[in-house]
Design a protein around this ligand. Structure first.
Ligand code: NQM
Length: 291
């Protein structure tokens, strides 16, 4: 793996939709810059630099106020690039870390001081070599107060992961709704299984994100809009939204970020829903002291 990849649009359009004041992009990443923050030896992709300056310029261009930066797998368990971006945000970013489960309490406290508010468990085999459930549970039981666990998995392992998720004693946030097949529609088996998970606990949140990853029909992603709008309406107090910029591994179908923002009113058609999705919900999870 030597060629560095570009997976983001070089000139995203200005969205038609204008987000409410204080809107949070609650799922995005930074890559590098590599000279300062080298990628992990175990990285499954090697991106070009997409650092904080680019992220914050996009945030402003799209009409957002804050970011939640999720540590990407290409940086492994070294959170330095994400922490650097949070530090440069002047309070406008918080983060989700990826940690070695053996991390000490002192190191967790340092991550908290650096703006982290959760850890991510990634179960995608194409992204990580192993996902040790017993060790994940052990660290989930000793997180700083107020933290949550973000889980990334694909729909085919949802049932198998249920006992593991049930045992996690803090709120859960499911990335990209556990990657349902949106072509099945809002009442298809994947959405039904995901709703059963949400119904099992009131502290399971999810991200209504990534039409570009989930809807092979392509932009304007009509199947995604049809499948996801009812979910947002029915679980409106525990849903988040994000761009997923710089769209890791999407180099063959790079989305226009302006078009991603224009999906928001299609899955959250009222001002009240939009405020929950973009402001109230992410603020409760990431900036609760301001609520
Ligand atoms: O960023 C995402 O949401 C999805 C990713 C990348 C990723 O999770 C990572 O690198 O950690 C993917 O499906 O390739």
């Amino acid at each position: 793996m030597s060629e560095r990849i570009i997976s983001w649009h070089d000139a995203p359009s200005k969205p038609t939709y204008v987000p409410p004041a204080g809107a949070v992009d609650a799922h995005c990443h930074v890559f590098g810059p590599m000279a300062q923050f080298p990628f992990s030896a175990k990285a499954k992709y090697l991106p070009e630099d997409a650092g904080p300056d680019m992220l914050f310029a996009l945030r402003d261009h799209l009409g957002f106020a804050r970011n939640v930066i999720v540590q990407a797998s290409c940086h492994g368990t070294d959170n330095a690039a994400t922490l650097d971006a949070i530090a440069k945000s002047e309070g406008k970013a918080r983060g989700v870390a990826v940690v070695d489960p053996g991390i000490s309490e002192l190191e967790l406290a340092a991550l908290h001081a650096g703006g982290m508010r959760g850890i991510r468990f990634n179960f995608l085999k194409r992204l990580v070599d192993d996902a040790p459930r017993d060790r994940f549970l052990e660290v989930a039981r000793r997180l700083p107060a107020g933290w949550h666990v973000v889980i990334y998995f694909e729909a085919d392992i949802l049932e198998e992961l249920r006992p593991f998720m049930d045992a996690i004693p803090v709120p859960l946030v499911i990335d990209h709704m556990g990657r349902p097949d949106v072509a099945q529609g809002p009442a298809g088996p994947d959405m039904k299984a995901f709703r059963a998970l949400l119904d099992s606990r009131e502290d399971i949140w999810f991200k209504a994100t990534c039409p570009d990853r989930l809807d092979p029909s392509g932009d304007p992603w009509n199947a995604f809009a049809d499948a996801v709008a009812p979910l947002v309406a029915d679980y409106q107090d525990r849903v988040l939204w994000g761009t997923d910029w710089p769209h890791p591994n999407m180099q063959d179908a790079i989305p226009d970020d302006g078009h991603l923002v224009d999906m928001i009113p299609r899955i959250a058609p009222t001002a009240e829903l939009q405020h929950k999705l973009l402001v109230a919900n992410p603020m409760r999870l990431y900036w609760p002291e301001e609520m």
